[in-house]
Design a protein around this ligand. Structure first.
Ligand code: SMG
Ligand code: MG
Length: 375
């Protein structure tokens, strides 16, 4: 148990080594809110997975900033001495906004674990010191460019390739990759760009030996995902549709997917991510760790999560150089066997480098516990 004294918000901007295009648009920079928490015992870091625009989800940086500053931080200050569960509880009166909540909860958990000298991986019950890594490839300008990119990542050692698809840039691209790489563990991610009338697109991918088709339909449509899954041999995986352990339970019960992508930021933080992991494990549903182009802060956390026993498939946690010339932390590197080491130091095991932070921060604001807040 400890008391949060202050919450600092930092808006950062880092150029990506190559633009990342999905069915909802292109990003050229990683722009996100970092949260630094000061407790009576330690300091901790969290990264909000929202982006500048409300596209992947309804949350976006400026909104997350206000929710953190005006609602979540004050709720935590009023909560007095708390542990991770108590801090989550103090958010109960604030609806939605899981990405903003995750950033603050994760920073708090990091601080608590640093004070105790425990690593996040061991707190989560991780049973591996290295995890298998995949890579997610954005929609490329042409099939040839895509084939080149796949070849490069396969040579680097990545264990699974995920291709972003959108209507019109789908079956022929995936067929071309499959023809060039017959044995490659391969999946596709539509980011909800299709409708139930597009079922034939997915049926024509059903003979390509895909590991999964991720989030083909609207994020609120579990029922249509269930109907589509019933018509396909290929496993469906849900990402955007799973915002909580209740969503995961409903999706499994309905047969809306056979695999779950866990992004702790999308579900309100590491504690809810752990609950989804536990549920899926109980139900025999494989899970893997998704990615949101995180900096080293979020990446360190994802590696700890991905080392839990139910994470049986390679995730989207790739090396720092797949995203940035220079990361915010010491870079994460991929071993030639396609694995990455799970940080073992206290908390998330990494801290943003001071000079890197100076170079990438575009705004910062410190919110302090005031005398009005309950002691
Ligand atoms: O972190 O390498 C990464 C990105 C993985 O494809 C990825 N993420 O829907 O799974 C997904 C997307 C969401 C991010 S789009 C900016
Ligand atoms: Mg996805």
């Amino acid at each position: 148990m400890t008391r949060v004294r202050a919450v600092e918000l930092l808006l950062i901007e880092l150029p990506l080594v190559r633009p990342f295009r999905t069915s909802f648009g292109e990003v050229t920079h990683k722009r996100c809110v970092l949260v630094r928490v000061e407790t009576d015992d330690a300091e901790g870091w969290g990264e909000c997975v929202a982006d500048a625009r409300p596209d992947f989800s309804g949350e976006f940086n400026e909104g997350a900033w206000l929710v953190l500053r005006d609602f979540l931080a004050p709720a935590v200050f009023r909560g007095g001495d708390v542990d991770a569960a108590g801090l989550e509880g103090s958010f109960a009166g604030i609806r939605g906004n899981p990405m903003a909540k995750a950033a603050l909860l994760d920073a708090f958990v990091d601080a608590e674990l640093r004070a105790e000298g425990t690593s996040l991986a061991s707190w989560l019950g991780a049973d591996r010191s290295r995890v298998e890594c995949g890579v997610s490839i954005g929609i490329a300008p042409s099939t040839d460019v895509l084939l080149d990119q796949v070849d490069g990542y396969v040579r680097t050692g990545y264990r699974r390739i995920k291709l972003k698809i959108q209507p019109g840039t789908d079956v022929h691209r995936v067929r071309a990759v499959r023809a060039a790489f017959p044995d490659l563990p391969l999946s596709v991610d539509a980011n909800a760009a299709y409708t139930p009338t597009d079922a034939d697109v997915f049926r024509s991918m059903d003979d390509l030996g895909l590991m999964m088709i991720e989030q083909p339909l609207h994020h609120e449509d579990l029922l249509m995902h269930a109907r589509l899954q019933a018509r396909l041999r290929t496993d469906l995986c849900l990402d955007e549709s799973i915002r909580s352990v209740s969503d995961a339970a409903a999706a499994i019960e309905l047969g809306a997917c056979r695999i779950v992508n866990i992004k702790q930021g999308r579900v309100g933080g590491v504690s809810e991510a752990r609950r989804i992991h536990d549920l899926c494990r109980e139900r025999g549903i494989p899970v893997w760790c998704g990615g949101m182009l995180e900096t080293g802060v979020g990446r360190a956390l994802n590696l700890a999560l991905a080392a839990m026993p139910g994470f049986t498939l390679p995730g989207d946690t790739s090396a720092s150089d797949r995203y940035f010339e220079e990361d915010l932390t010491a870079p994460f590197e991929l071993a030639p066997d396609g694995t990455m080491q799970v940080p073992s130091g206290p908390g998330i095991g990494v801290t943003p480098l001071a000079d890197r932070l100076d170079a990438v921060v575009t705004r910062r604001e410190l919110v302090r516990r005031s005398d009005k807040d309950k002691e």
